[in-house]
Design a protein around this ligand. Sequence first.
Ligand SMILES: C[S@@+](CC[C@H](N)C(=O)[O-])C[C@H]1O[C@@H](n2cnc3c(N)ncnc32)[C@H](O)[C@@H]1O
Ligand SMILES: [Zn+2]
Length: 326
Amino acid sequence: MFVEKISRSMRRGEHEFEHVPVLLEESLGLLEVENPGLFVDATLGLGGHSEAILAANADNRLIGIDQDRDALKAAGERLERFGSRVRLVHSNYSAVADVIDNSNWGSPDGILADLGVSSLQFDSAERGFSLRHDAELDMRMDAAADRPTAAELLATLDEAEIADIIYRYGEERASRKIARWIVNRRNEGRPVTTTLDLADLVKRAVRQGPNERTHPATRTFQALRIAVNNEFDNLERFLDGAVDVLADGGRLVVITFHSLEDRIVKQAFQRLSGKCSCPPRMPVCHCGAAKKVEILTRKPVLPGEQEMLRNSRSRSAKLRAALKRK
Ligand SMILES: C[S@@+](CC[C@H](N)C(=O)[O-])C[C@H]1O[C@@H](n2cnc3c(N)ncnc32)[C@H](O)[C@@H]1O
Ligand SMILES: [Zn+2]
């Protein structure tokens, strides 16, 4: 019921940046939020999932984490009515275990991560995430982080490193050509520093497939974002940290938006459920397999047709969940 109410209030556009939480009902069901407990939303964003978790039971408490201070501010306003049941923390979710230890609220019964960029980040032109708004190529989710921006990476990495990022994190077949063009521009004294400039360069470098509906620079933008935010290392650290701090019988739910992310979650869940991935003739296991969780989703949960129609962002979403063993 309340799921519907929340989606409806958001459809009315009460929030400045309209955002409908993805796979909401499925996440709430797997987290068992109707039972009173402590929950952690590791990717608070605009607080859509958090709001529903807090509304599901009057005794639920929630720790919301985000590395983006703008998100914390927006979600803070939205969740104000829940008072002392909510605590919001500015942190990277790779440090989820420390955040929870420092809260002194005990072990969480459920942890949720809804990965990727929030609509707040995507729609804020100056953050440089979108290839449709002209802006400096920034792409740092934590705008205050002492990390290089995407423009700085393109200005300093060598051609092979740029190609490697675009290939590995974007699965872009034309990665070498794009990297060569980027470095050529740099050598001509006209470095690529803005979103539209990069989008245009990639469009010219890549031949668009006849059935391709997305902009040809989408993969390159994804790759740069992953590199700028060190997303895969952080995700792996998050998954291990989350499993360690969960209460026995607690649940971990992770929503991903592309195949590379989903593969990381799938493989981490397998390792954490005790499946050894060492080569067959290894005398001892080196992959770190340990029976810490039971996988609750043999196959990833996908949005239903209705959700995909209602919310285009949900189309690539996949949810996986695990239960911490007693
Ligand atoms: C897709 S949004 C979450 C939307 C949210 N579930 C909602 O319903 O409003 C993802 C959020 O996760 C945050 N985020 C991504 N990676 C993070 C990390 N490593 N540590 C902390 N926050 C992160 C982003 O800043 C963004 O605000
Ligand atoms: Zn092994």
